[in-house]
Design a protein around this ligand. Sequence first.
Ligand code: COA
Length: 171
Amino acid sequence: MKDSSFRIEPLGNRHRGLFCCGVKVLDRYFHRQVSQDIRRRLTACYVAICGDSDRICAYYTLSACHIPLPDLPADITRKLPAYPTIPAVRIGRLAVDQDFRGQGLGSALLVDAARRVIESDIAAFALIVDAKDEGAVAFYEHHGFSRLNVVAGAQTLFIALKGITARLESK
Ligand SMILES: CC(C)(COP(=O)(O)OP(=O)(O)OC[C@H]1O[C@@H](n2cnc3c(N)ncnc32)[C@H](O)[C@@H]1OP(=O)(O)O)[C@@H](O)C(=O)NCCC(=O)NCCS
């Protein structure tokens, strides 16, 4: 982040305050649903806390998933064993509060997600994301993600994790 006065940590019992990214479905999920999903072990959620305040300025979620091998491009599958599916981790949701946009927080969350997965004892080949619209697709493509080979119009993107943190940090 260009202004380094923030930290990223698990959501825990922290009060979610007035967090607002302006995308209803992402705001509603954060305020009403995410804690239940965490309790049920359906997702993990990490938040960026800005400055010395307790204000949440961004969040993202991570869950286990898999990619059907044929959904990956041929130049990648050529180097992989012919398993039916490949292990991955999904960034289900990622959002930055409107008051904190354009300061590098979105990039910082992606780097944090990649680090957590790479440092985990459980292997995953790639991060995947479900972009909510073409604007979000552009954000992820800017950070090196590529579309999976799925049906036309689908907005699921992936990035292989090998060597990824240096690449994301250079953004
Ligand atoms: C998309 C979003 C996460 C970006 O967060 P942000 O903190 O404003 O972005 P950053 O400041 O980290 O931007 C980092 C880089 O991405 C680029 N970028 C940001 N949004 C972009 C977009 N929509 N398309 C292409 N590039 C984008 C920036 O220009 C910047 O590039 P640079 O580092 O080369 O200068 C934020 O706008 C948001 O929360 N939007 C609403 C929710 C959403 O769309 N979530 C996406 C997942 S569904």
